[in-house]
Design a protein around this ligand. Structure first.
Ligand SMILES: NCc1[nH]cc(CCC(=O)O)c1CC(=O)O
Length: 316
């Protein structure tokens, strides 16, 4: 790292939830190890403030990111830390994603306070989730399950589980692991059936395009995980081409293979009845093209109709 960077303090913008803080602190530690000074700046987002509506109903893009992006633009922070899953597929032209942190295990899990809880195919349990993707996938693969809305941060959702508002709570393994709730896991969903949301399990670092190039380089060196980055390029290109947004049940998961990169992605109708899913393999240099191609295949197979009917149902 350049000598003159040793004194640079990186102000890190983050949401205030426990998970967000864990992620921001992990970023801070990595930056400190690379010789930077750091400071956390907590910023509340619409997604933190509006808790009585589902994410699909809050609707606007960037529910968890917009206020952080404003702070970048106003020069209040040098970087913003996001769950990669929460970052819109197209970010504003004056900002950029400078790094993706190494991905955690990507699958979804079920949490319950009843250690004997077993998820059978015929289960008629009530499962808490606030994700349209998870609800649709549950309807498809576990048709007798009822889902219940569970907005709020992980602690709030666990309280709802404790109050027995549902029998089990469905979450990303990554957040559960980071918060130390692994003891409550009663089921791991397969990532073949429950293909995760784009970016699940990775942390994305955003900055202003105008940040000094040397500093950007230093940040990238300290924080970026190349394999994760390539996978997320493919997944985000898929999402961008699908124009999915966070409340549409699209999904995509890319992984590096011996020969290149493999991406699986698709879309599922809200009632779980129509599921489109395809896999492409190719060289890593074509990661983004593959994401786009995969989306075009899915759209051509009827994905465009599924998107249209979801938007019509919502009155968009
Ligand atoms: N929008 C909520 C959100 N954003 C990131 C995570 C978990 C961590 C991750 O997937 O990286 C979660 C909670 C969840 O889906 O269970």
């Amino acid at each position: 790292m350049a000598e003159n960077m040793q004194d640079t303090t990186i102000r890190i913008g983050t949401r205030g939830s426990k998970l967000a803080l864990w992620q921001a602190e992990t970023v801070a530690e990595k930056l400190q190890a690379a010789g930077f000074q750091t400071e956390l700046v907590i910023i509340s987002t619409k997604g933190d403030q509006v808790l009585d509506k589902s994410l699909a109903k809050i609707g606007s893009k960037g529910v968890f990111t917009e206020e952080l992006e404003v702070s970048l633009r106003e020069g209040l922070v040098e970087i913003a830390v996001h769950s990669a899953k929460d970052v819109q597929s197209t970010i504003p032209a004056d900002l950029e994603l400078v790094a993706f942190m190494e991905r955690e295990q990507v699958n979804d899990v079920l949490l319950s306070f009843d250690p004997n809880f077993k998820l059978e195919r015929e289960s008629n349990a009530i499962i808490g989730t606030s994700s349209t993707r998870r609800r649709a996938q549950l309807k498809k693969f576990y048709p007798n399950i009822t889902t219940a809305e569970s907005r709020g941060n992980l602690q709030t959702r666990l309280r709802k589980l404790e109050e027995k508002q549902f029998d089990a709570l469905m979450l990303a393994y990554a957040g559960v692991k980071r918060m130390g709730y692994e003891d409550l896991i009663v089921h791991h969903f397969s990532e073949d059936e429950f293909v995760p949301a784009t970016g699940q399990g990775s942390v994305a670092i955003e900055c202003a395009k105008s940040l000094e190039p040397e500093l950007k380089k230093g940040l990238k060196q300290a924080l970026n995980h190349t394999e994760t980055h390539v996978s997320l390029l493919a997944e985000r290109a898929f999402l961008r081409t699908m124009e999915g947004g966070c409340s549409i049940p699209t999904f995509a998961l890319a992984r590096l293979t011996d020969n290149g990169i493999c991406i699986t992605g698709g879309i599922i109708s809200l009632d779980g009845q129509a599921l489109l899913r395809e896999t492409l393999e190719g060289p890593t240099v074509t990661a983004e093209e593959m994401g786009e191609e995969l989306a075009n295949i899915i759209l051509g197979q009827g994905g465009d109709e599924i998107l249209k009917s979801i938007r019509a149902e919502r009155g968009e």
